[in-house]
Write a protein that binds this ligand. Structure first.
Ligand SMILES: NC(=O)c1ccc[n+]([C@@H]2O[C@H](COP(=O)([O-])OP(=O)(O)OC[C@H]3O[C@@H](n4cnc5c(N)ncnc54)[C@H](O)[C@@H]3O)[C@@H](O)[C@H]2O)c1
Length: 249
């Protein structure tokens, strides 16, 4: 198995793409830890894969530091980090405020920085590791109703490239995936929050894919597992679109 004996940590692993990633990495032989705001959900997932669960708020630097220590103590050094935790609040930009900007930037961008900061020095010292960040096509093409989220995810793509440059000499690779519309609670929250407008945004995203459909969490997890594995040993600084061809190039 590709990830036999590796220790992996997935943020936001209790739901959606994160949960599918936990299952996929475990199926490929990794010992998997997951952290989530939703500790009950994280514990359920950990039980499913015989893994380790901890409470985690990626927007809180102290929480990311504590989670990294807890995972190391439970399973050993983290060799694969999947920065998946993310969230959005749908609103047209003129209707947003500082509170929304801070919330969305903290979870999606600062959270990725903070969690990476908590594990990267140890990866450098050990001379190896793989980081996979979950960005979004929103960070490539811009998404209506998700302007701050689009900015945060574009930031994640830039962060991925810069970390790849700084870390290559330590044997650490850093890549990202950019999912298009994926069937998860997050995707459906626009409709839950805004009814018809949210439903139309979702239809618009489906129409923007050349495959004319929504993707599944498992399809994103498969790309994450590839980037985390030695099959991607000469791949770093890249963002792989998993989006039915929503954008190309
Ligand atoms: N679903 C999509 O269409 C889509 C598209 C592109 C990118 N993404 C990205 O994929 C990732 C996973 O999203 P999803 O669609 O599976 O959503 P989801 O809501 O199903 O899962 C997100 C998980 O992250 C956890 N989480 C939220 N805030 C957190 C925090 N501060 N600290 C720790 N955990 C936190 C939630 O509790 C939840 O378990 C996110 O980064 C999201 O931006 C999703």
């Amino acid at each position: 198995m590709r990830l036999e004996g590796r220790t992996a940590f997935v943020t936001g692993g209790a739901s959606g793409i994160g949960a599918a990633t936990v299952r996929r990495l475990a199926a490929e032989g990794a010992r998997v830890a997951l952290g989530d705001l939703d500790l009950d959900g994280a514990r359920r997932m950990a039980g499913e894969v015989d893994g380790f669960a901890c409470v985690l708020d990626v927007a809180d630097v102290a929480s990311t530091t504590a989670a990294a220590v807890a995972v190391r103590e439970a399973l050993g050094p983290i060799e694969i980090l999947v920065n998946n935790a993310g969230n959005d609040r749908f609103a047209f930009f003129t209707n947003t405020d500082e509170e929304l900007w801070d919330f969305v930037l903290d979870v999606n961008l600062k959270g990725t920085l903070a969690m990476t900061h908590a594990v990267l020095a140890a990866m450098h010292e050990r001379g190896g590791g793989a980081i996979v960040n979950v960005a979004s096509e929103a960070g490539r093409v811009g998404s209506q109703g998700s302007v701050t989220y689009s900015a945060a995810k574009a930031g994640v793509i830039g962060f991925t490239r810069a970390i790849a440059r700084e870390s290559a000499r330590f044997g650490v690779r850093c890549n990202a995936v950019a999912p298009g519309p994926i069937e998860t609670p997050l995707l459906n929250s626009a409709e839950a929050q805004h009814g018809d407008i949210g439903a139309r945004l979702k239809q618009g995203m489906i129409a923007a894919t050349v495959m004319r459909r929504i993707g599944t969490p498992d399809e994103v997890a498969a790309a994450i597992a590839y980037l985390a594995s030695d099959d991607a040993s000469f791949v770093t600084g890249q963002t792989l679109n998993v989006s039915g061809g929503l954008s190309m190039g």
